[in-house]
Design a protein around this ligand. Structure first.
Ligand code: 5GP
Ligand code: ZN
Length: 139
């Protein structure tokens, strides 16, 4: 379940070095080379999955608990006041490495604004129509 051409497969399996803060049989957690803030980490499964839709149930059932463990360690060790979990799926959503990964981004008091958007507007009618539309996709 590895892709020969995937840099995160190589990093996750120790073929390319990275600053590792956690490792077990299924995951490696590393520091991002281009951090959004001090301590920005990436949770990488050791097996190759292109994105969230490709992930198997075993990995997806563990990844959120691991993110909580990393976030708690960051609050304790780095003194961040909170953290964001970011997980991009698809080029249009900002994904640049097509091996599933979850960003854990420490947030510091007085730090820069990030991971935010300008709230739009919508009517109740529009929201009801959209909910019906997405419900069809669940069938
Ligand atoms: P994406 O945009 O796909 O959600 O996130 C990819 C992330 O991987 C980026 O934040 C980028 O800085 C990081 N990254 C890309 N290549 C490497 C690498 O070789 N080593 C490490 N540690 N991080 C990388
Ligand atoms: Zn991979």
């Amino acid at each position: 379940m590895r892709d020969e051409n995937c840099i995160f497969c190589k990093i996750a399996n120790g073929e390319i070095p990275a600053a590792t803060l956690y490792e077990d049989d299924e995951f490696r957690v590393i520091l991002d080379l281009g951090p959004a803030s001090k301590g920005h980490a990436l949770i990488l499964p050791k097996n190759h999955f292109a994105d969230l839709l490709d992930l198997d149930d075993g990995v997806s059932s563990k990844v959120l608990a691991l993110a909580a463990k990393i976030g708690a360690a960051m609050k304790k060790s780095l003194g961040c006041a909170g953290f964001n979990l970011v997980q991009n799926n698809g080029e249009v959503a900002g994904q640049t490495v097509f091996h599933f990964h979850m960003h854990v981004i420490p947030r510091y008091e007085g730090g820069p604004d990030m991971v935010s958007w300008e709230p739009g507007t919508s009517s109740g009618e529009e929201l009801a129509k959209l909910a019906e539309c997405i419900k069809k996709g669940l069938q």
